[in-house]
Design a protein around this ligand. Structure first.
Ligand SMILES: [Zn+2]
Length: 513
């Protein structure tokens, strides 16, 4: 950027004159995690290192073609003269969302490498940060803002930094102090990841060419909610999406982001946030952010009432009743299991003798490794204690006696499919799996039409393939009666960096948007 501007000055060209032929170099970085800081297993260097990760160059740019990265690369490459440089970056850890604090060693290792490469391969006129927003790293209070700050030190004040985020991010004013632009998904399930990547690319190129001057505002709204409540298929969450879309439609060059926040990361910038970006119009940004904040605050009570969560025993009993009256298949979603090892729902299914049910999945690294080592195959007997134990929230192991239907290696995990009871199937996996749609289970050899119930570990993402398409006739969200770490009862969590009394509904914060 600086070089082009110097050149432009020599030719007495206006500083901001768009110049389609001026080459643009954009560095692309990825560092994403949704950290459940209450889990005991830290997210380590080893969790980020596996075949394909870290990734650099074209490998990074092709790493998630249907998500943020894919949308960004697609649109950036529609412009002549734009060069994308994939900086060596870790992809999502093997543990997915089932791990705790990012260790300081992992942070230093991967961020250190990114910054060194950024220096070595520069200069850059733009940087794309593909992040999540709910990362929690030991000793780094605001990881995404810190990453942007470190990047800024390298690329200088004249370069532009744009990022894409998950709406579960925990972000305050610090991020846009260091970066220029942010684009968050608006839907939960996150249907618009690719779209937000596309927007980030277009706006980054426009900003670099002097055609967009980001003027933005960040407003924090003191509301904290469990993620299971944040489904945007129901009002008033749905209305917030609509309100943001309406602002974007009626005012050219306006982008409205909201973060619903991720309460299972014990970080100081937790909670709801609105960001508004405009093309050089700070008053307009302030007006829209006020409107969004007022709309959210007015509906704060209703935001908590959209989703009914049942106790597990009650949920299983309701599933039986639904099946009896033909309202099947039923989804029983234990939204609160954050390790993947929780056995509470499996235990209750056994106790109430629910039939024709798939339990997908129960994470158990030891049990799956033992089955793999034994060389067991389809048709062999299965008799093991499974799940539980990793912490209080996982409960006690459950003894399952049955027959192995299938064993498979794939997606970085070892899978064991066991039939037991009255036509029940338990799927064991190495790590936490959030089953978003039933059709993938066919890969493991299951005829999904034959089952009456699907017992899964998901909060909202399952609606993509069980609810929005009409597949399931009954949906029951459950959590154990004890307030374990994924609970909706956030006041039972051992926060150290968050004062819940500053947030609705746990306190009575003094907030006038
Ligand atoms: Zn999310």
């Amino acid at each position: 950027m600086r070089r082009w501007r110097d050149f432009a000055r020599q030719l007495r060209l206006p500083r901001d004159m768009p110049m389609t032929s001026a080459p643009i170099r954009i560095a692309v970085l990825h560092f994403a995690h949704e950290t459940v800081s209450f889990l005991k297993n830290d997210t380590t260097v080893d969790d980020f290192v596996y075949p394909g990760s870290p990734a650099s160059g074209e490998q990074l740019l092709k790493s998630s073609p249907k998500s943020y990265m894919g949308g960004f690369v697609k649109v950036a490459r529609e412009y002549d003269g734009v060069e994308l440089v994939g900086i060596e970056s870790p992809l999502w850890p093997k543990t997915g969302t089932g791990s705790g604090w990012i260790t300081r060693e992992a942070w230093d290792r991967f961020v250190g490498k990114m910054i060194a490469e950024l220096k070595a391969q520069g200069p850059f006129q733009g940087v794309y940060l593909c992040v999540h927003g709910a990362m929690a790293a030991r000793g780094v209070l605001r990881p995404e803002a810190e990453l942007a700050r470190l990047v800024r030190e390298v690329v200088g004040a004249e370069a532009f930094i744009a990022a894409t985020f998950d709406l579960h991010g925990n972000e305050d004013e610090e991020f846009l102090k260091a970066a220029d632009m942010a684009f968050t998904v608006k839907y939960f399930p996150h249907y618009d990841e690719y779209l937000q990547g596309e927007r980030a690319a277009r706006m980054l190129v426009r900003a670099i060419r002097g055609d967009y001057k980001p003027a933005h505002i960040t407003v924090r709204i003191p509301i904290i909610t469990a993620t299971v409540l944040q489904w945007t298929g129901a009002s008033p969450w749905m209305d917030l999406v609509q309100r943001a879309l309406t602002w974007e439609a009626r005012e050219p060059d306006v982008y409205v982001n909201f973060f619903f926040g991720f309460p299972f990361a014990d970080v100081p910038d937790v909670g709801m946030t609105v960001q508004v970006m405009t093309n050089g119009k700070p008053e307009l940004a302030a007006r829209i952010s006020r409107d969004m904040a007022q709309a959210i605050w007015r509906q704060r009570e209703a935001l908590l009432r959209t989703t009914n969560v049942h106790d597990i025993a009650e949920g299983v009993a309701l599933a039986k009743q639904a099946i009896a009256r033909g309202a099947r298949p039923v989804v029983l979603a234990d939204h609160s299991d954050r390790s993947g090892y929780a056995t509470h729902l499996l235990r209750e299914i056994v106790a109430q003798d629910l039939a024709n049910t798939v339990i997908a999945t129960l994470a158990d690294a030891k049990a799956t490794a033992a089955v793999k080592a034994s060389g067991a195959r389809a048709g062999d007997a299965f008799n093991m204690d499974v799940g539980g134990l990793v912490d209080d929230s996982a409960g006690e192991p459950v003894r399952i006696k049955g027959t192995i239907l299938n064993v498979a290696e794939g997606h970085g995990q070892f899978w064991v499919v066991v039939s037991f009871g009255r036509n029940n199937v338990l799927i064991l996996s190495t790590f936490l799996v959030q089953v978003r749609e039933p059709f993938g289970l066919k890969e493991l050899g299951l005829d999904i039409e034959t089952f009456d119930a699907f017992a899964i570990k998901s909060r909202v993402h399952f609606r993509r393939g069980f609810d929005d398409n009409g597949f399931a006739k009954t949906i029951l969200l459950v959590e154990p009666s004890e307030p374990f770490l994924g609970t909706t009862r956030l006041d039972k969590l051992p926060y150290e960096n968050v004062d819940l009394s500053q947030f609705y509904p746990y306190g009575n914060p003094d907030f006038e948007p």
